[in-house]
Ligand binder design. Sequence first.
Ligand SMILES: Cc1cc2nc3c(=O)[nH]c(=O)nc-3n(C[C@H](O)[C@H](O)[C@H](O)COP(=O)(O)OP(=O)(O)OC[C@H]3O[C@@H](n4cnc5c(N)ncnc54)[C@H](O)[C@@H]3O)c2cc1C
Length: 408
Amino acid sequence: MIGLRVRDPLRGVRLQNTHAIRSSEVRDTMAHDVVIVGGGTIGLATGFELARRGPSVTVFEKGRAGRGTSWQAAGMLAPDTEIGFEELALYRLNRESRRRWPDFVERVEAAADTSVDYRTEGTLIVADDRDSAEALRRRYEFQRKQGLEVEWLTGEEAREIEPFVAPGLSAAVHSPTDHQVDNRRLMKALRTAFEVEGGTLYEQTPIEAVVPDADRPAVRTADGERVGADRVVVAAGVWSRELEGLLPDARPPVRPVKGQMLQLRRKRPFDLTHVIRGPEAYLAPKSNGRIVVGATSEEMGFDTTVTAGGLYDLLEGAWEVVPGIRDLPVDDTWAGLRPASRDHAPLLGPTAAPGIVMATGHYRHGILLTPVTAEEIARLIRTGETSEWLEPFSPARFSDAESPRSSS
Ligand SMILES: Cc1cc2nc3c(=O)[nH]c(=O)nc-3n(C[C@H](O)[C@H](O)[C@H](O)COP(=O)(O)OP(=O)(O)OC[C@H]3O[C@@H](n4cnc5c(N)ncnc54)[C@H](O)[C@@H]3O)c2cc1C
């Protein structure tokens, strides 16, 4: 799409199609303070946080903005439920991002004039036999040691707050601060909010290469056009490694981890209010009646085939903890690709390639990590200063042989 920025007095700045002007003419006459490669949750939110403070920001998206991995996710904002025994630095970042979610929602909803369905009922983690109850108990004790606000429930107590969980559950843990958002509504809202704040979005415009340069880095589009900027941010999710122009040392070690999902449609009297996490599957109910059931975790490269085995596992796992799903219509199925780095933590901050900043590798937490990533990367670009939140996740940990994290 070729676009011109136009100011509409009611809706702010947005793109308008034009066929009279060649795209290269439009881009060459624009001043780009920041160019972002990738219009997913990370690219659009970073663009939004920058644009609202003044810099001119351009996002290049190879397909439709917001329709990459961010569209395929479940929208859980669940650091406490997903706390890993050995990932405490990442857990700290996850918690900080969750703390920022309410303010972020307020800003995005105000700019986009729409709801993102941010829900605060919390998450119920359930166990359906002795083994899973023991695993749940170990996790619960670890969570308590970390000072988390979690509550141990019997199966009956769980049914009091969520009547459609299975009658025979062994135990449950209620995590009231693990919230959720409708990630598809978020993607639509972020796109609008970014444009309303003055950002420019080019869709169907793949970037082939980044061109490092300390003074004026650039990107090269697939049709050979060079677009310079003060800073270039790589937010291309699972495709970040494919960008040309980076030395092997600076290429982000991001690989795809496939997740199959299916979507049920709520049919009254059936209802769920909490996110339910069973030993083999989770169910994330959205206010518009979508119930997202996920997810497999498979190392299959860029394959996104939905398989009978994948769907069978999801349905069985969900049915064991919420048997009432049996009569619900199946709306949709899909598979998404989580952008995983070698240590499963994101790459955030400046790279060895001058002028190029990374915001990628968010693996299974990219929706949760959107506010902290967007705000801290925007701050880094505006002030030149990195922060305590970005430092542990520097991309240099993969290129610096001296770094203790480089081998992890
Ligand atoms: C099944 C599944 C369930 C998940 N559930 C959750 C969850 O509940 N909570 C959570 O926090 N996270 C979840 N995640 C993870 C989360 O979805 C990702 O971490 C997050 O969406 C990554 O965002 P992104 O913006 O980096 O990537 P994307 O959304 O993929 O955006 C990157 C964009 O860059 C574009 N692009 C790529 N290359 C180029 C190029 N060369 N030129 C121009 N554009 C380019 C792509 O088209 C894409 O739109 C889940 C993921 C999956 C697969």
